[in-house]
Design a protein around this ligand. Structure first.
Ligand code: PLP
Length: 347
């Protein structure tokens, strides 16, 4: 017996999304981001497929994620995007990981760990050009590279930065970041840095001048647009990699004015046929989507109604009265819908 709810990962679509992004970057290396369990799609499955497609570098956030991939047999270069504490250095050196660094203490501890295992650790220096999260200031880069040169165990292989606002309609902030990053790259031409990387999905799509030597796409490889502001028409070609399917476990007719689910955040405005689905926020269907999303039943978009609960969710299937049955498959739990569901809700 299997659970009625299934997540289907369309690896063929992952490949096509990457091919599209590759066309946009003119064939520059793409380093797909598979942190947070590949944005929920399953890091191991996704990593294996990416390696099979020829990607030799993958990005995760933390060393723990990278170690899981190593244990699963993934031999690709693994870039650690989040700042790590010096105590992660031994694992980084031992497993040949490539951390993003932005403190001298981490650089020094990595060098010591590298010497212990008898190999060099390649690192990527993060420059904060406006993200305001981690990174050294542009004017600190030279000093940092100098420290790197003095440490035998480390090699600053990459120089990188990150966009906080590349998915907005007004690109002035991102353009200023690109300028700033470009200046840092120019000033460090002689430092032997192998790869400069800045672009996330939005940068790949809308800011060609951000492509530099490699790009780190995340959300777009999974087939989602970074935001509604993306200007590049090719964003429409992205195909969602995740599909959710479940089945109707209960059907009932209710009169007009019936309050549904916790808090009665939805009241029917007509006699309605309501279906129950065996999926809820315990399965990752965010409670914040309550009364704001649709699902497809027999190809018809049906509004989700009432508060999404831990393991069950309601859908107004009145439009399908006489056609649907218990056990029917509900295909593709659709993303948040701006138009919302029909019916009443507070506010
Ligand atoms: C440093 C860094 N680069 C690239 C990405 C990928 O971003 P996106 O999913 O917007 O493509 C992320 C994701 O958060 C990130 O933190």
């Amino acid at each position: 017996m299997s659970h009625p709810t299934r997540a289907i990962i369309h690896l063929d679509r992952l490949g096509r999304n990457l091919r599209l992004l590759g066309e946009l970057t003119g064939g520059r290396p793409l380093w797909p981001c598979i942190k947070a369990n590949a944005y929920g799609h399953g890091a191991e499955i996704v990593a294996r497929h990416l390696v099979a497609l020829g990607h030799d570098t993958l990005c995760v956030a933390h060393a723990t994620e990278a170690l899981e991939l190593r244990e699963a047999g993934i031999r690709a270069r693994l870039v650690l995007l989040s700042a790590a504490l010096p105590e992660a250095s031994d694992a980084v050196a031992e497993h040949g990981l490539e951390p993003v660094v932005c403190t001298h203490a981490t650089l020094e501890s990595l060098s010591r760990a590298a010497e212990r295992v008898g190999r060099q650790v390649a690192v990527h220096l993060k420059v904060d050009t406006g993200m305001g999260r981690v990174g050294v200031r542009p004017d600190e880069v030279e000093g940092f590279l100098e420290r790197g040169r003095q440490l035998p165990g480390v090699r600053v292989r990459g120089l990188m930065s990150h966009f906080p606002r590349a998915d907005e309609a007004d690109q002035s902030f991102s353009r200023a970041q690109i300028e700033s990053f470009h200046r840092v790259c120019e000033a460090t031409r002689a430092a032997g840095i192998e790869v400069r990387h800045l672009a996330n999905s939005a940068g790949i799509l809308d800011l060609p001048e951000s492509h530099f030597d490699a790009a780190r796409p995340g959300i777009a490889i999974y087939g989602l647009a970074p935001s509604k502001n993306i200007a590049n028409p090719r964003v429409a070609e992205l195909e969602p990699v995740l599909e959710w399917r479940t089945r109707i476990t209960f059907l009932k007719e209710v009169p007009s004015g019936t309050g549904l689910s916790y808090g009665h955040t939805f009241h029917t405005q007509r006699p309605s046929l309501v279906a129950t689905l065996p999926v809820g926020y315990g399965d990752g269907l965010h409670r914040g989507l309550s009364n704001r999303m649709h699902v497809l039943v027999r190809g018809v978009r049906c509004p989700q109604v009432g508060t999404i609960t831990m393991d069950q969710t309601l859908v107004d299937v009145t439009a399908l009265r006489g056609e649907i049955e218990l056990g029917d498959e509900v295909t593709r739990l659709a993303a948040a819908d701006e138009n919302g569901a029909s019916g009443s809700r507070p506010g």
